[in-house]
Design a protein around this ligand. Structure first.
Ligand code: CU
Length: 150
């Protein structure tokens, strides 16, 4: 289990949906951290009370990652604006265009909240490393990364 920060930068499909039948589109998810991504789940990254599982996934350019809140707690998926490829599109639950807005919205009215069973997807078009965080559990180390390979 790695606890480093990753560059998370997602494409544009910052939508929270409850029915996204994506499955197995991610090339090499499931890095041994346990949890989602090995093809047996209809999502790529699940969530425990305080962690993303797996914490890091690797995909190919153009692929989509589906996060699903598999816990009873409320989380967010919020890209670190300074930890995504330079030309990459920002992503965050709630569809916010930048990290500051995502944080403000969360702390003011829980904007971007992913409740149990909620899903969020993002398609990655630019190779590189994308680090992201769950805002309410940032201090607890709830961070993750998506590695996008050419
Ligand atoms: Cu969280």
């Amino acid at each position: 289990m790695q606890r480093r920060r990753f560059l998370a930068r997602a494409g544009s499909a910052a939508t929270v949906a409850s029915t996204i039948p994506l499955s197995g589109c991610l090339g090499s998810l499931g890095t041994g951290n346990g949890g989602a991504g090995d093809g047996d789940y209809p999502y790529d990254v699940g969530m425990t009370a305080t962690t993303f599982r797996p914490q890091e996934v690797t995909i190919a350019v153009g692929e989509t990652v589906t996060w699903r809140n598999t816990s009873a707690r409320t989380h967010t998926v919020t890209a670190y604006e300074d930890a995504i490829p330079e030309d990459a599109e920002y992503f965050a639950t709630g569809g916010y265009d930048d990290e500051e807005t995502a944080r403000d919205e969360w702390w003011s009215n829980r904007g971007g909240a992913l409740e149990n069973a909620d899903e969020f997807t993002h398609t990655f078009e630019i190779p590189g490393r994308y680090d992201y965080v769950c805002i309410p559990h940032e201090q607890g180390g709830m961070i993750g990364a998506v590695i996008v390979e050419e």
